[in-house]
Design a protein around this ligand. Sequence first.
Ligand code: C2E
Ligand code: MG
Ligand code: MG
Ligand code: MG
Length: 281
Amino acid sequence: DLALTSGIGWHLHATSDAEAASTELSLASDLDDAIATGDVYPLYQPKKNLRTGEIASVEALVRWNHRTHGMLRPDHFIPLLERAGRIASLTLHVVTCAIRDVERWRSRGHQVTTAVNLSATLLESTAFIDQLEDLIRGSGVDPRLLIFEVTESAAMHAPDVAAAALGRFKSLGVAISMDDYGTGQSTLTYLKKLPLDELKIDRSFVEFAHQNRGDAVLVRSTIDLAHELGLKVVAEGVETEECLKFLTSVDCDLAQGYLISKPIDAASIAVLLDIGARQAA
Ligand code: C2E
Ligand code: MG
Ligand code: MG
Ligand code: MG
């Protein structure tokens, strides 16, 4: 079952390379129909402000409820859409959904910034950057309500190109976040060249930081250095109270993870925001 196996597992389950390749091609060619019928859509995972306790922002995480393969997670279709040259279409769709949902939350009285993940290859396409900029401008959304997340390895693949592309969004008012920080090869000093607002520390460092001295030192010093550089820090993959406590003690700004919430649909985010507003009142 495509939905339940990993990318590698899926290739192992296919009886031949040819079969895997044809499944891949047919998935990529299903994309436009799937978008049109609403089978491809984002869920949203909150980022919680550790000082105020409120949901400061949410991250869009795309899902594909495929008519024959069932629910697919992004790790199963993003790489193949990249190979098939379809990742721009997917991304424009996710941003369109995110803008619609930001406006819906706003009409209920909630100002919540929304992050969308951008693939590395997209930053190298001027045509895509133009399209995305047109989409944002044309929608009338306040660009300050949007964040683009790029992974460290994506940005470091061609740092000057990435910096130029991200700079264009930044000058529109969109915030830029470095995703999965710590898994790539870059140093924070190097990242300083990118127009960043936020740093997301990868789950692999966060997970055991409350019990492993080495991870604790890494997380604490990354937070301190990021703050020196004027960046907000998000810890990814927070699953336990102990972990959350540790992060609060080292002055981490935001936390995201199953402890706080799994990715949920836009209507459920609205309910969470309503509850938060009632508690604050
Ligand atoms: P990411 O941006 O680093 O997102 C975090 C992933 O970790 C998400 O997986 C999320 O559901 C999962 N996660 C969140 N909290 C926890 C936790 O406490 N424990 C554990 N074990 N996992 C947690 P998901 O939704 O499967 O997304 C995987 C990756 O796919 C994302 O990693 C992102 O790089 C990519 N992706 C998602 N949506 C898009 C998209 O619209 N466009 C592009 N280009 N990539 C996307
Ligand atoms: Mg992300
Ligand atoms: Mg991440
Ligand atoms: Mg990650």
